[in-house]
Design a protein around this ligand. Structure first.
Ligand SMILES: [Zn+2]
Length: 68
């Protein structure tokens, strides 16, 4: 699921389990592709967040369940 970026560092993602909106701060200086686990603030289930930055500095986020 692709979500718009609210600011340079804050990525909005929707929980794959309950659909609630969450945000996470990402340090984009670390790399162009980042994967990490974030617990949903509502249902506390872990989601795998994948952040990608393309050549034009467009940022996209993808959310997966850990069950896949
Ligand atoms: Zn949730």
């Amino acid at each position: 699921m692709i979500r718009k970026i609210r600011s340079d560092d804050e990525v909005i993602w929707n929980c794959e389990y309950c659909g609630k909106e969450n945000s996470v701060w990402v340090d984009f200086t670390i790399g162009e592709k980042q994967e990490f686990i974030e617990d949903c603030s509502v249902c506390c289930r872990p989601n795998q967040i994948i952040i990608n930055i393309d050549d034009e500095d467009n940022i996209s986020s993808q959310v997966k369940t850990l069950d896949e």
